[in-house]
Structure formats: C-alpha cells, structure tokens
Design a binder for this molecule. Structure first.
Ligand code: NAD
Length: 274
C-alpha cells in the first residue's frame, strides 16, 4: 500500500543500479512514498523486474530501463525514455557501482578502468544528463523556478572509502574519493540553478557486493571490530537517508556527504585509547 499524502507524490525519480542491494531498496522505498520510479539495471533483467514487480504489487508506479551507466548513449537513451514516459524528472539517485578487487601490484588496467568507468564516469554521465534536464524544465516552464525550493536533486552513492583508504581495492577507493570532489564541484556549479547535489557514503551494508564478508562468521566477527554500533547496515538504512536528501525536508543541505556507517569513520581502533 502506498501512503496517504506521500512525500514524493507526482515526483519522477531515476535510481541507477536498482536491480539489487541498495539501489533496489531505494527504488522500493521511494515508490512507497509516492514516486514514479525508473528502475535501471545493466544486465540483471530478472533483478530489475523483481524490484519493479514489488513496487507495482504494492500499488506504486515505475518502469524498467536497461542502461549501462558507463555508456553515454545508454544513459542519454534512459533519460529520453524517462521524459517520454513521465514528462519530467525530479530526482536522480546515482547508485550503480561495482568492485573489481586485486592487490595493487597485480591490478590490471582492465580492472582499474572498469571500476573508474562505472563508479566515476557513470556518475558524470548520469549527473550531467539529470542537471541538463532540470535546467531545461526551468527554461520550458514545467518547473517553478520562483519557488524557494530546489528545482531538482541529485544523490550520489559514494562509500566510507571516499575517506578511508582501502588496500587491495585502490580502484574502488579512487573512484569513491573522486566522487567526493566531483560531487562538491558540481554542487558548487549547480547551486545557482537551484539544483541540489549531495552524496551518501555507506559503511558495511548487507548486499551481494560484500556477501563473502557477511556470510562468513569469522569475517563477520572481525568486521564488527570496525563498526562501533556493532551491526551491519541494511539497504533500508541507506534508502531512508536517500529519501531525506531527495525530499524538500533537506532543502538547505547542499554539497554534503552523509555517512551511514554505524560509526565506521570514527576511528574505532582508538576507542580503547589507541
Ligand atoms: P550490488 O552489487 O547489490 O548492486 C550494485 C548495482 O549496480 C546492481 O544493481 C548492478 O547491476 C548495478 N550496476 C553495476 N554496474 C552497472 C552499470 N555499468 N550500469 C548500471 N548499473 C550497474 O551492491 P550494492 O552494495 O547495492 O551497491 C550499490 C552502491 O552502493 C554501489 O555504488 C556501491 O559502491 C555502494 N556501496 C555499497 C556498500 C555496501 O557495503 N554494500 C558500501 C558503500 C558503498
């Protein structure tokens, strides 16, 4: 059941990488709050369809669009189809991301490039397309530019590894560190257009990306040494924070990174005096 007077009534939201994990949770949560959600997937059509089915079966609205966020043509086609279907865009949740781990001495150029292409270039392509759409909506009068509120919102999925170095994952850490400065710079550039841009940086969230850690009791136990709050996060923990940033409740928040990590960034090794 969708809510009465939902937060995102008549809002159109694209969630990239919504076939799994955090993206799936964001798509379902936002649809539950009344948004028309574009469920993007790259290759996992079954996962995308399952997320959309859950939205539709709960009375929500959405469509499924296949697009590889690292491909300019795919991204532009996804935004065009969104506008053709719903006539506008209000929020981009730029979530898609992956890991290709290897020790630095053994990391191939292919492993490096793939992660940068999806995690960083994908953000560039999707954020640019969203920002262009928001500006166009102001120019054609379909968004009220005289309101005190923003004309469009972008939320980038970063990671605690935008500030915590991560040996064995340097391509991933470099991509997320890159997102931090990318986000802040476009936030600075787009603020005069009244477009808001923020990031969320999850810690350890229980999704397929890190299944080999949380499914192994020994690895899970040592993971808890890094989390003062002593539990792994859920995709819903992240989705709720994304919804706040996507709403007008956070209208004066711009260029910020919200850490959703149970305290992972609090240097837990120092809790016992270092
Ligand atoms: P996941 O593997 O469950 O989901 C990743 C999603 O991205 C999938 O839907 C996948 O299909 C999609 N994707 C991958 N490449 C794509 C491409 N080229 N085009 C479009 N979609 C693509 O993992 P997750 O944990 O849900 O990760 C989602 C985001 O959250 C990622 O950006 C990840 O870096 C970030 N994150 C996750 C954690 C965590 O602990 N799970 C922590 C910090 C950040």
């Amino acid at each position: 059941m969708t809510l009465q007077n939902p937060l995102f009534q008549d809002k159109v939201i694209i969630v990239t990488g919504a076939s799994s994990g955090i993206g799936r949770a964001c798509a379902i949560h936002l649809a539950h709050q009344g948004a028309k959600v574009v469920v993007n997937y790259a290759s996992d059509e079954e996962g995308g369809q399952s997320a959309l089915d859950e939205i539709l079966s709960n009375g929500g609205a959405g469509i499924l669009i296949k697009a590889d966020v690292s491909k300019e043509h795919d991204v532009n086609a996804m935004f065009e189809e969104t506008i053709q279907t719903y006539g506008r865009l209000d929020v981009l949740v730029s979530n898609a991301g992956l890991q290709k781990d290897a020790p630095f001495l053994e990391m191939s150029l292919e492993q490096w490039q793939k992660v940068i292409d999806v995690n960083l270039t994908g953000q560039f392509l999707c954020c640019r397309a969203a920002a262009r759409q928001f500006v166009q909506q102001v120019e054609n009068g379909s968004t009220n530019a005289h309101s005190e509120l923003s004309v469009g919102k972008i939320i980038l999925m970063s990671s605690v590894h935008d500030i915590i170095p991560w040996a064995g994952h340097v391509n991933y850490a470099a991509s997320k560190g890159g997102i931090m400065m990318f986000m802040k710079s476009i936030s600075q550039e787009l603020a005069p257009y009244k477009i808001r841009v923020n990031s969320v940086s999850p810690g350890a969230i229980k999704t397929p990306i890190n299944q080999e850690v949380w499914s192994d009791p020994d690895k899970y136990k040592s993971l808890m040494n890094l989390i003062p709050y002593k539990r792994i996060g859920t995709p819903q923990d992240v989705a709720k924070a994304v919804a706040w940033l996507a709403s007008d409740d956070s209208d004066y928040v711009n260029g910020e990174t919200l850490y959703i990590d149970g305290g992972m960034t609090l240097y837990p090794e120092f809790a016992d005096n270092g």
